[in-house]
Design a protein around this ligand. Sequence first.
Ligand SMILES: NC(=O)C1=CN([C@@H]2O[C@H](COP(=O)(O)OP(=O)(O)OC[C@H]3O[C@@H](n4cnc5c(N)ncnc54)[C@H](OP(=O)(O)O)[C@@H]3O)[C@@H](O)[C@H]2O)C=CC1
Ligand SMILES: Cc1cn([C@H]2C[C@H](O)[C@@H](COP(=O)(O)OP(=O)(O)O[C@H]3O[C@@H](C)C(=O)[C@@H](O)[C@H]3O)O2)c(=O)[nH]c1=O
Ligand SMILES: [Mg+2]
Length: 285
Amino acid sequence: MKILLTGSTGQVGYELERSLQGLGEVIAVDRGRMDLADLDQVRDVIRAVRPQLIVNPAAYTAVDKAESEPDLAHRINAEAPAVMAAEARALGAALVHYSTDYVFDGRMADARVESDAVGPLNVYGASKLAGERAIAASGVPHLILRTSWVYGMRGKNFLLTMLRLARERDELRIVDDQHGAPTWSRTIADTTALILAQARAGGQPWWEENGGIYHLSSQGRTTWCGFTAAILEEAGIDCKLVPITTDQYPLPAARPRYSALDSSRLQERFVRLPEWREALHLCLR
Ligand SMILES: NC(=O)C1=CN([C@@H]2O[C@H](COP(=O)(O)OP(=O)(O)OC[C@H]3O[C@@H](n4cnc5c(N)ncnc54)[C@H](OP(=O)(O)O)[C@@H]3O)[C@@H](O)[C@H]2O)C=CC1
Ligand SMILES: Cc1cn([C@H]2C[C@H](O)[C@@H](COP(=O)(O)OP(=O)(O)O[C@H]3O[C@@H](C)C(=O)[C@@H](O)[C@H]3O)O2)c(=O)[nH]c1=O
Ligand SMILES: [Mg+2]
């Protein structure tokens, strides 16, 4: 199987480049080869490579900056995936895409399932939702894996930011009223590979019975402040931690208050997902 992988310089893409190896020939294209803001180039590269599967973790992920660059965010997160979907469909290929807890408004305290009503609060979330809808509407065989609060030992993420700030500052002031599940980039990549392998072993393509949206995030939940406390503990760093409210940390983009995802659908069909705390421990070890 020929697999076209985007975003291999990102957190999830970096892990996917390794995790997908056993499944076929992985052709990783970075921004230099395929700029998602250039829709003609996206089309041309797919037509040249002729993959059987496109895996697309590339995205515009700068949540606050997106508020002032809505058109660019929309092109990368919605229009480029729409082109990928149309091209994949024309080739008889399938598409694996990633989305976010930020498609929800976060007003409900219980974990969200795939069929729950969406209502993004910010430009990033709206652009990701538009990407999901374009893929679903295209008729391409697809998996959309919605995840949350992604971290890992490389790239830009909350874990690395906290490790840096804890060394630079005497105290960390961190919001304690936004709830969600931190998810290790490797969990996302390994789970993706396992779904694809399991589906192949089953003899028929996974999308015939198992396509569509799946929530893929760690089990359990915490707050950004709770996540920070765990990071400090795991890394053995002594730094004063002050819980604050969202109002005390104003940012351009609004964020959902409750963004835990219920990943039961994925776990029932494919594989168990780790507790967020257990995954953090493994990551930092
Ligand atoms: N990060 C998070 O907390 C969460 C992420 N997600 C979703 O998961 C997926 C993976 O995210 P993650 O790995 O964390 O993202 P990162 O921000 O770590 O990486 C983004 C990747 O997209 C690439 N990219 C951005 N713009 C372009 C462009 N114009 N053309 C080509 N490539 C581009 C980046 O390339 P370059 O290095 O050149 O910039 C990078 O490889 C995304 O769909 C994201 O929306 C969902 C929930 C949480
Ligand atoms: C750095 C810092 C952040 N915070 C707060 C701000 C914010 O509410 C929260 C998280 O900050 P971040 O900017 O890292 O998080 P954010 O960019 O909103 O993270 C999101 O990224 C996108 C891509 C997703 O899809 C989401 O699932 C989610 O992971 O922590 C503090 O309270 N104190 C601090 O010192
Ligand atoms: Mg951010």
